[in-house]
Design a protein around this ligand. Structure first.
Ligand code: FPP
Length: 254
């Protein structure tokens, strides 16, 4: 999808065509550092991060992104201190209860990806309710990776496939990449075209490992709670300039 935006060339505003990713992944990193810089508790950073997620949803919806996957809580985040985990869980519950009317207004369908079955009951209930009441919305899908790990997702897919083989429903020789992809948590969601990681780290941290095989990556030094429309537009500008070859040749080389 392409839309007209405004870019800066030699200090002057010039019109440019921005290519908008259909499917976007965002690793919301840097809440802790944002809070530390302000001498606030880490939980305040997560709260600011959640506020910024609202803004991201609005901006992505306006830009025409169709699938926005955000990394909210990884399978490894349980190793954080109890009070931080508990603050994150409370924030999660509050976010999806309080913010749903705004999501409704924006036409945003909410889905969850990750090991949802093994979450505490009250969190599972929030996931179920959020998915159920937003099923009809079709402007954009917000996919929240919660208790998510890319490796665990691939293991889970392999287990489902092994079970099919064991039941006699699938031949080993027929297993291919599509079989693995079809058995991931949300097989209908397209692979991310672009993954954004704020706050300077240059790694995926177990986010969408299978799905990111050909994703473009964009990192920014900006901490997540400060990552606004300007930074998002900058990421889309960079994405517009990328030559996606998927292992083939660029148009000029053919
Ligand atoms: C990583 O920053 C961020 C997280 C582990 C949590 C992300 C959660 C939110 C943005 C808010 C809540 C989300 C929802 C869906 C309501 P960090 O704490 O590792 O930051 P640091 O690297 O600076 O310490």
């Amino acid at each position: 999808m392409a839309i007209l935006g405004f870019g800066k060339k030699n200090g002057n505003e010039t019109e440019e065509t921005l290519k908008i990713p259909v499917s976007l992944g965002v690793i919301m990193d840097g809440n802790g550092r944002w809070a530390k810089k302000r001498m606030l508790p880490r939980s305040a950073g997560h709260r600011a991060g959640a506020e910024n997620l609202k803004a991201l949803c609005r901006n992505c919806g306006n830009y025409g992104v169709k699938y926005l996957t955000v990394y909210a809580f990884s399978t490894e985040n349980w190793n954080r201190p109890d009070d931080e985990v508990s603050a994150l869980m409370d924030l999660f519950v509050e976010f999806f209860d309080r913010y749903d009317p705004e999501l409704e207004q924006e036409g945003i369908r909410v889905r969850f990806t990750g090991d949802i079955e093994n979450l505490p009951d009250r969190i599972k209930a929030v996931c179920k309710k959020g998915e159920e009441r937003s099923k009809h919305r079709d402007r954009m899908q917000l996919i929240v990776a919660f208790n998510y790990g890319g490796r665990r997702e691939i293991v889970n897919s392999c287990q489902k496939i092994a079970q099919m083989v064991k039941n006699g429903d699938l031949n080993v020789e027929d297993i291919d990449e599509k079989t693995i992809a079809d058995n991931l948590y949300l097989p209908d969601v397209p692979d991310p075209d672009l993954i954004i990681r704020p706050s300077g780290e240059q790694r995926l941290s177990n986010f969408l490992l299978w799905e990111s095989a050909y994703s473009e990556l964009w990192v920014s030094d900006c901490l997540w709670p400060d990552f606004g429309l300007e930074e998002l537009t900058e990421a889309f500008r960079a994405y517009t300039r990328r030559d996606r070859r998927f292992g083939g040749l660029s148009k000029e080389e053919k």
